[in-house]
Design a protein around this ligand. Structure first.
Ligand SMILES: Nc1ncnc2c1ncn2[C@@H]1O[C@H](COP(=O)(O)OP(=O)(O)OP(=O)(O)O)[C@@H](O)[C@H]1O
Ligand SMILES: [Mg+2]
Length: 420
């Protein structure tokens, strides 16, 4: 395949969704359709044990949910910077590391991108969060290194990195008509990232050095998957025995519930040793029905199904302002749970406070007051979460919130930022 001179491929490898964009020279960014007509590709792989093929994105999730035999992987980005990334796991009879699995995913993005562009890029820009790992610069650098290695394994060359919120800012800049000072909030699945940046049509010249325009960046490792975890621990895991008081007034050990509520740890609970451990928890239960449910979830590998239901309930509650029901009949006939908007806001309050505090610190680090901001630009799937928007508005008073592209902005901004 030929290389397109002056062409840049931007890849936003996200915790929950990935996207890609293409740009030739100073032309417009072209978002690439990575799955059918969809631009975003859910960051999900399913290793199907029946046809021994790897499935990606919505197709991966659908295969898993229809009960095909195999392994589902989600939220792999959360493993970057941790020792778990290099651990081997067995899929379709082969032992491979999670880093290899990220490489397989990136390779698929590149293949799908090339089907549309017809040529290889001259260079690649990968997005990265402000912090892969909070408060640990060495592990953070390691995380980027691990992602770079996976990109090389996927056949990518000439790779550079750009901070995700700065990319989101460059995308927003394409749509504004006057000079602005903007707080960009990219609230994703794994991280919430902020930047305060000077934007304007005249500043967006190809090749311009924008270093002086970026006034501050901050990020915190809290995102939609943490909201899902919290809601699962409050509304789903108690049905399996979380916080259940067993014989001797002792609580059932909780590690299994935390893992089952955490997207990137679910599959560890299906390995034989973990299953034996869970089986042995039986003596810690007074109500054995709860233990039976736990074993059903583990034996039938329903963990992602449950996490998916909690996530969908979160989104529905946010969108309607009402209540969402979790129909858990696939675990036990007639089993249900759910929550309303008030309960969700209450349970997410502490996590949202950390996100909003990070936004405030970013503005302070830029030496500005909220009233100095022209707007707050919202991007990333979790920026649509109503309790988040309310908490942010409460902290920033009258500064207008501008709702942007939830899933494609970072990829487009990666190629705009690289122009020149
Ligand atoms: N309408 C919605 N309301 C609230 N949350 C939503 C909505 N739509 C999607 N989400 C959440 O957004 C998150 C995914 O957002 P996004 O695709 O921007 O993340 P990502 O780019 O994959 O993650 P990151 O940038 O942190 O690596 C998920 O946690 C999902 O549950
Ligand atoms: Mg993102």
């Amino acid at each position: 395949m030929s290389t397109a001179a002056g062409a840049t491929l931007g890849i936003d490898f996200g915790t929950s969704n990935s996207a890609a964009a293409w740009r030739v020279g100073d032309g417009p960014a072209r978002p690439l359709q990575l799955e059918g007509e969809h631009f975003a590709l859910p960051t999900a792989l399913f290793f199907n044990a029946e046809d021994r093929r790897v499935h990606f994105g919505r197709d991966a999730v659908a295969q898993y949910l229809t009960g095909a035999d195999g392994r589902l992987m989600r939220s792999l980005k959360s493993l970057l910077g941790s020792a778990l990334l290099l651990e081997k796991t067995e899929v379709n009879g082969q032992a491979i590391s999670f880093q290899d699995i990220i490489g397989i995913f990136l390779k698929e993005i590149v293949a799908r991108a090339r089907q549309q562009t017809g040529a290889a890029p001259a260079r690649v820009v990968l997005g990265r969060p402000v912090h892969f790992v909070d408060d640990d610069p060495a592990r953070d650098a390691l995380a980027q290194q691990m992602l770079l290695q996976a990109a090389h394994a996927a056949g990518l060359a000439n790779v550079s990195f750009q901070l995700e919120p700065i990319a989101a800012a460059f995308d927003y800049e394409q749509r504004i008509t006057r000079d602005s000072v903007v707080l960009v909030a990219d609230i994703g699945g794994g991280t919430s990232d902020f930047t305060v940046v000077r934007l304007g049509p005249a500043r967006a010249r190809p090749g311009a050095d924008r270093t002086q325009d970026v006034l501050a960046t901050r990020g915190v490792h809290v995102g939609g998957t943490d909201f899902d975890q919290k809601l699962s621990l409050e509304h789903a895991m108690p049905l399996l025995g979380f916080r259940h008081i067993g014989p001797g007034q002792r609580e059932v050990p909780s590690a299994v519930f935390f893992d089952l509520a955490t997207w990137h740890l679910i599959h560890w609970r299906y390995v034989p040793r973990a299953l034996r451990e869970a089986q042995a928890l039986r003596v810690n239960y007074t109500d054995l029905n709860l233990h039976r449910r736990l074993m059903t979830v583990l034996d039938q590998r329903l963990g992602h199904h449950l996490a998916n239901d909690v996530e969908q309930a979160k989104i529905a509650t946010s969108q309607t302002g009402g209540a969402a029901v979790l129909d858990l009949g696939y675990i036990e006939r007639g089993l249900r749970s759910g929550f309303d908007a008030g309960a969700m806001a209450q349970y997410l309050q502490a996590l949202l406070a950390r996100v909003v505090q990070c936004a405030q610190e970013c503005v302070q680090a830029a030496g500005l007051q909220p009233s100095d901001l022209t707007a707050i630009y919202l991007t990333g799937g979790s920026s649509a979460l109503m309790p988040f928007q309310r908490a942010l508005q409460a902290a920033f008073g009258d500064t207008p919130l501008v709702e942007g592209d939830l899933f494609g902005g970072v990829a487009a901004g990666l190629v705009y930022g690289a122009a020149g």
